[in-house]
Design a protein around this ligand. Structure first.
Ligand SMILES: CCCCCCCC/C=C/CC(=O)SCCNC(=O)CCNC(=O)[C@H](O)C(C)(C)COP(=O)(O)OP(=O)(O)OC[C@H]1O[C@@H](n2cnc3c(N)ncnc32)[C@H](O)[C@@H]1OP(=O)(O)O
Length: 283
């Protein structure tokens, strides 16, 4: 079968799984494909908090391309850490940044979102740690969210004095609706797992990472008797207008981002936020 032969291109890692690195060198993103199910686990591993920098996003983008090419059966996105899923954008990519790098950075984030949001196979975010801002965006891009209890998630951009772009907002609105999104976004609300479950921002709550991973695997069973083509095409129809809104406006979105973060008050706010992060600790 095509799927089996395509999967066999992945080097065998250990019993029943195949490991794959898009670059073969540094691994900020480790992909493991289960030989039996064809489901890929995409593990973000940029200590200490998986903040999204250019290198991590480039690897993630290339891993998603490879999974698409190899006809993955599904993706589970998770963190190497039990504390933080992803701390969102690495603030150093926005603070005192150079134009060439920030252009590459934002383009890579757009690329990852387009690929993950539009991935043809089922996708699950196994949110085994805090997921603020860009971390929340990654989770929102998946079809299903399982989150470990007593963590936090949300688009908190306004708390940093920045504005979440339209595609961040659309990703949230498509899940929790306009009213809840407006309140959450304007107040920069970070939801506890329990609150997120109540408003449908996440689909299931788990005791710990292991439980979250096993609940994530269960999600794929929903499609046991569903035609993969019908499933994928339905997902594509549902997500098409949201994706196209960015695809058609990538250049404009990039310019808006660069203009926004270059503002003096935004730079000042980012600097202060970085300082405040260094002073406090979250359990
Ligand atoms: C109209 C268009 C305009 C477009 C405008 C721009 C839109 C862009 C949108 C941006 C979205 C973003 O993603 S901004 C990032 C937002 N992220 C956060 O607010 C999270 C901040 N971090 C935390 O709250 C906590 O770190 C944590 C809860 C995630 C984890 O807590 P924990 O106690 O486990 O870890 P520490 O806080 O001690 O952190 C360890 C270490 O990492 C540094 N750190 C944390 N987060 C970031 C980050 N996002 N970027 C860079 N660095 C980060 C933290 O300072 C610590 O550093 P030191 O060890 O050196 O002290």
């Amino acid at each position: 079968m095509f799927l089996r032969s395509a999967l066999s291109l992945w080097p065998l890692a250990r019993n029943g799984t195949r490991s794959y690195s898009s670059t073969g060198v540094t691994k900020l993103v480790a992909v493991t494909v289960d030989d039996q199910t064809g489901i890929a686990t995409v593990n973000l591993q940029r200590p200490p908090v998986n903040s999204l920098n250019l290198e991590l996003l480039t690897e993630l983008s290339s891993s998603l391309t490879d999974l698409e090419k190899n006809k993955s059966r599904g993706i589970i996105l998770k963190s190497y850490s039990d504390a933080v899923f992803s701390a969102g954008i690495d603030i150093l990519e926005m603070y005192k940044c150079e134009e060439e790098r920030v252009t590459l950075f934002w383009s890579a984030l757009q690329e990852v979102w387009i690929k993950l949001y539009g991935h043809f196979a089922p996708t699950v975010a196994c949110i085994n740690g805090h997921a603020p801002a860009g971390g929340c965006l990654l989770a929102l891009s998946c079809e299903y969210r399982v989150m470990v209890k007593e963590k936090t998630i949300g688009l908190n951009e306004t708390k940093l004095g920045i504005v979440a772009p339209q595609w961040f907002i659309a990703s949230l609105v498509n899940i929790i609706g306009q009213r809840q999104s407006e309140v959450a976004l304007t107040t920069g609300k970070m939801f506890t797992t329990e609150e997120a479950l109540r408003i449908g921002l996440v689909d299931e709550m788990a005791e710990n990472t292991e439980d979250a991973f096993s609940k994530s695997l269960e999600f794929f069973k929903k499609f046991k008797n569903i035609s993969p083509f019908a499933r994928a095409q339905t997902k594509a129809f549902i997500r098409e207008s949201t994706i196209q809104a960015l695809v058609k406006n990538r250049e404009k979105d990039l310019k808006m981002f660069i203009n926004e973060i270059r503002k003096e008050n935004v730079q000042k706010g980012l600097g202060q936020y970085l300082e405040s992060l260094k002073k406090r600790k979250v359990s």
